[in-house]
Design a protein around this ligand. Structure first.
Ligand code: PXL
Length: 281
């Protein structure tokens, strides 16, 4: 039996429960071989720590890629997360061209910001280039902030209608991605969820859970990683989007009692047994 193999490209934040330190354990725990290209090594993530170190690994991307081409490596999916520079976006586009064949799915989480603001180090110009990368995707997973920056539109935090959201999803899919999973969607102050849009069918579906107040770092990466794992395990995009939402909620619930001390991420490790069990449903 041919096992599924995923390549994920993002940074290593050595401490902080995000990017590769989340993607690698989660996708692996879901039974999928996970290959990585670390795009940079940081001592921590950039969301709340100060004085973090940053070792750029941009030139490793084409070097690793050319070795793999000689080895005739293939992937069932390529999943990209936090990408630190425009040069890296260029190299990743090359990787898509070389390895994104024979049914390989391209899944892009255009990690750039949250709550209407870009993370440290990103600007509008980078967002424009990220929008170009998204044209290669089978699925993109932006939050509402990233959606606004990808489209160069004002960020709309709340109070929007289903009609407006459908328009946003259509504009996002026009970037070139076949499907859009938009996170952080809310029509009711008590509920938070995702919108799943299929551009071929021009159809949207939703999955909501009760909103848990307060922001939690790293949940976007936990969401995208478990989504990718579920998709590789043969779930439909709607099932994968719901499973990932349920897993994130569980991770937040487990972390909340210790939130003051554990502010920098979620305790996703504690919920891996739940994730495995949830996958059997
Ligand atoms: O969770 C996204 C992320 C990944 N990697 C780094 C980050 C962030 C968000 O702040 O700083 C380095």
């Amino acid at each position: 039996m041919k096992e599924k193999r995923v390549l994920t490209i993002q940074d290593v934040s050595c401490l902080g429960q995000c990017s590769l330190t989340v993607a690698l354990p989660i996708i692996s725990a879901m039974g999928i071989e996970t290959c990585i290209i670390p795009s940079a090594v940081l001592s921590t993530h950039t969301g709340g720590f100060s004085g973090f170190t940053f070792k750029d690994l941009t030139e490793e991307i084409p070097a690793i890629s050319s070795h793999w081409q000689k080895e005739k490596v293939e992937f069932d999916a390529i999943y990209t997360g936090y990408i630190g520079s425009k040069k890296q976006l260029e190299y990743i586009t090359d990787i898509f061209r070389v390895f994104g064949k024979n049914g390989c799915q391209i899944i892009i989480d255009p990690v750039m910001g949250d709550k209407g603001k870009l993370y440290t180090g990103f600007d509008k110009d980078f967002a424009k280039e990220m929008a170009k990368l998204c044209s290669h995707a089978d699925v993109i997973l932006p939050n509402l902030t990233e959606a606004a920056y990808l489209l160069d539109e004002p960020y709309v935090e709340s109070g929007y209608s289903e009609e407006w959201l459908l328009g946003l999803l259509r504009r996002l899919s026009k970037l070139g991605a076949k499907k859009v999973v938009l996170t952080g969607v809310s029509f009711d102050p008590k509920k938070l969820g995702v919108a799943i849009y299929d551009s071929a069918a021009d159809k949207v579906s939703y999955y909501f859970r009760d909103k848990i107040p307060g922001a939690t770092h790293g949940t976007g990466d936990v969401y995208a990683s478990s989504f990718v794992g579920a998709l590789m395990q043969g779930k439909t995009i709607e099932q994968a989007a719901a499973l990932a939402a349920d897993y994130v909620v569980k991770c937040i619930e487990v972390t909340l009692p210790d939130k003051e001390n554990h502010w920098y991420g979620v305790k996703f490790e504690k919920c891996i047994p739940y994730l495995i069990e949830r996958m059997q449903k």
